[in-house]
Write a protein that binds this ligand. Structure first.
Ligand SMILES: [Zn+2]
Length: 205
């Protein structure tokens, strides 16, 4: 491994360990840079070392309606953001850092792998097969922090799920109760009437 020019910082070792963990979980260089205090160039070089290949090019996930596009997405987004909220609450910390993201994503992937294995969607535990990858997970955290995504409690099954309050789309349906299963076995929202605007409208973001 070619030595990289890091600034003289006392916690560089901890940052690098977290960067390695994030990259193993699928995080792309912009997120690694942001969370682990590395330059973009350092993150790309580190990514290549850890993954043995160059990172994917292009924009990070930025679909602000992803969590409400389907009940399946909603279950996974609700599961992950619940982990974040519960850990923050237990630790009494408002801070979002790499350690918290890694911990919440690892718990999410363990639970998701069991759910998905039950549904026979995946055979392996590779994070690439999870519907919610860590890069989108990071974006969802920003939507929750901004108040675009909000937690609701279903009055029937008591599940905690995500609704959306956004100028482009307001949406609140329980991904367990407000669904029906089509012939292919896909769970679909029972009604689209509560959406203020169509979810298929192309996003400008
Ligand atoms: Zn419900």
């Amino acid at each position: 491994m070619k030595p990289m020019p890091f600034k003289n910082r006392p916690n560089i070792g901890a940052d690098l360990l977290l960067a390695e963990k994030l990259i193993q979980l699928g995080a792309r260089p912009p997120i690694v840079s942001q969370l682990c205090h590395l330059t973009r160039k350092q993150s790309i070089a580190f990514f290549k070392t850890v993954q043995g290949q160059a990172p994917k090019q292009g924009m990070l996930p930025h679909d602000h309606q992803w969590a409400i596009r389907s009940a399946f997405n909603n279950i996974h987004a609700s599961l992950f953001l619940s982990m974040i909220e519960d850990i923050r609450h237990r630790l009494s910390t408002p801070n979002l850092d790499a350690t918290l993201l890694v911990a919440a994503y690892e718990i999410y992937s363990n639970v998701a792998s069991r759910i998905l294995a039950d549904w026979q969607y995946i055979q392996s535990r590779s994070s690439q097969h999870y519907p919610l990858d860590i890069n989108r997970a990071w974006y969802l955290i920003s939507l929750l922090s901004a108040g675009d995504l909000v937690f609701m409690i279903c009055g029937r099954c008591r599940a905690r799920y995500l609704g959306m309050i956004h100028p482009d789309a307001a949406f609140s349906q329980c991904p367990i109760c407000d669904v029906w299963t089509d012939r292919s076995g896909r769970r679909r929202w029972i009604s689209t009437k509560s959406k203020m605007l169509t979810l298929n409208k192309p996003s400008a973001r």
